[in-house]
Design a binder for this molecule. Structure first.
Ligand code: GUN
Ligand code: FE
Length: 439
């Protein structure tokens, strides 16, 4: 079977963002190949010519009617194991939260049954919410991380998965020896790569500077370079964390400089939070073309602070959005969009600069194509450009259980906004990753 053989045509309202971030609403048709790729994207008038050209059968045309297509969401920062306690333990700031809730819970993932149970559920739950791509932290456990990658492949989500590394300032029940961690990381990287699944990649994952020794960071930087893979961690999320890093590395010129010194800051790096990055560090991010994962729910929930998103954007920093489950209490990227908009308004109240507010169109971009770009996956996913994989959600504004109503005089843009702000997974009828229906 030829790779570009037409399998299906979707006809109706198709909403996404262009490469330069412009919001697009097309009344048109999208052709999907048997390989799950987008073959064509045309205005509706082209349907006659296309059916003639491809010898299309009636059953191959899916008329969306008043439903619409959006790209699947891209969650650039989420901790799979933390789904276990999502929604609880949000009474403490970061460092105390890690100690009291996070490390004890993550340490339990030495248990393979628990890993299967929780990882299966977090994948199902994010898919149900329309997340077709997720950038996951696992735990320090090699076996559980392998189980995670097997489940992601089985369930068909696109993902980067990292076995977490931590060899200092960690409780004795949840810590690794440096060389063991590096060896197990290499084994995990090879394990995922050998699956030859084009949806899932390993990602090098130092937890953050306080829990990673210089030898660990150096070794991880070398692994990322050796296998040419992406890197994720946390940076400048919390004032006490930033102070701690300063005291651990007094000779370095800031938090970002520590990662940079060990080869962990490059164009495949995505760092969560970045609230307290200095101008100099933002400049270093720009020079290295590293990305920031903006996780507003987590930033509010752990009382970390408010990211000045537009400042990063004005400085040309790549940004994606993340749920940061379970610093963030929602697995939904629609929640993330809403909280990012609220965060931008909070910033604007302070700066009095109207340009600091984030529009819903831009927020939608960051939750889809912006996230894909931040992860280096924008040649494959994030919007409906021809040649990309069909990673998509079919959205219905009309399900009877929905949390909002559509009225006769609502236009398409109004219906889309109602979905974005007042809708939820009940409106997401079907989810596709590379053309495969996963929900
Ligand atoms: N910094 C180090 N580890 C974590 C984590 O698990 N969650 C968040 N939000 N920040 C971190
Ligand atoms: Fe996180």
């Amino acid at each position: 079977m030829s790779t570009n053989q037409l399998q299906k045509i979707y006809k109706g309202t198709i909403i996404d963002s262009s490469k330069n971030g412009t919001f697009r609403l097309l009344k048109g048709i999208l052709g999907i190949s048997t390989e799950g790729k987008i073959l064509f994207r045309e205005k509706e008038e082209e349907l006659g010519n296309i059916t003639a050209k491809y010898n299309v059968q009636k059953e191959q045309i899916d008329d969306l009617e008043r439903n619409f297509l959006i790209p699947g969401f891209v969650d650039t920062h989420i901790h799979g194991p933390q789904y276990k306690f999502m929604g609880t333990g949000l009474d403490l700031p970061l460092l105390k939260w890690l100690e009291k809730y996070t490390f004890p819970t993550e340490s339990k993932f030495s248990n393979e049954d628990l890993a299967k149970n929780v990882y299966g559920k977090v994948i199902d739950q994010t898919l149900k919410n329309g997340t077709t791509t997720a950038c996951y932290f696992a735990t320090i456990h090699l076996t559980a991380s392998k189980i995670f990658s097997d489940l992601v492949i089985q369930k068909g989500q696109r993902a980067l998965i990292g076995k977490v590394s931590m060899d200092r300032n960690s409780p004795d029940f949840y810590v690794e020896k440096t060389q063991d961690s590096l060896d197990q990381n290499e084994e995990f990287i090879k394990y995922v790569k050998e699956k030859k699944n084009d949806l899932v990649e390993p990602i090098v994952t130092p937890r953050f500077v306080p829990t990673c020794s210089p030898q660990m960071m150096k070794g991880l930087g070398e692994l990322a370079a050796k296998y040419n893979i992406a890197i994720q961690s946390h940076i400048s999320e919390n004032v006490n964390e930033v102070e701690w890093v300063k005291s651990l590395h007094p000779d370095e010129d800031g938090y970002a400089a520590v990662y940079d010194k060990y080869g962990l800051l490059n164009n495949r790096t995505i760092m969560a939070h970045g609230i307290y990055l200095t101008d100099k560090e933002i400049e270093l991010f720009k020079q290295r073309n590293a990305a920031v994962a903006h996780c507003p729910n987590s930033n509010f929930s752990l009382s970390s602070g408010v990211l000045h998103l537009k400042k990063l954007l004005r400085n040309g920093i790549k940004v994606g959005f993340g749920t940061d489950v379970s610093g963030g209490y929602s697995p939904s990227m629609m929640d993330c969009i809403r909280q990012a908009i609220i965060a931008s308004k909070a910033t604007m109240f302070n700066t009095k600069n109207p340009d600091d507010e984030l529009s819903y169109q831009d927020a939608f971009y960051f939750a889809t194509l912006g996230g894909a770009s931040a992860l280096g996956l924008d040649s494959k996913t994030g919007n409906f450009d021809v040649g990309k994989d069909f990673d998509a959600c079919i959205v219905s504004p009309f399900v009877s259980s929905a949390n909002f109503h559509v009225f006769d005089d609502d236009d398409d843009i109004e219906i889309f906004q109602k979905f974005l702000f007042s809708g939820d997974d009940r409106n997401i009828l079907k989810v596709f990753v590379k053309g495969r229906q996963v929900i």
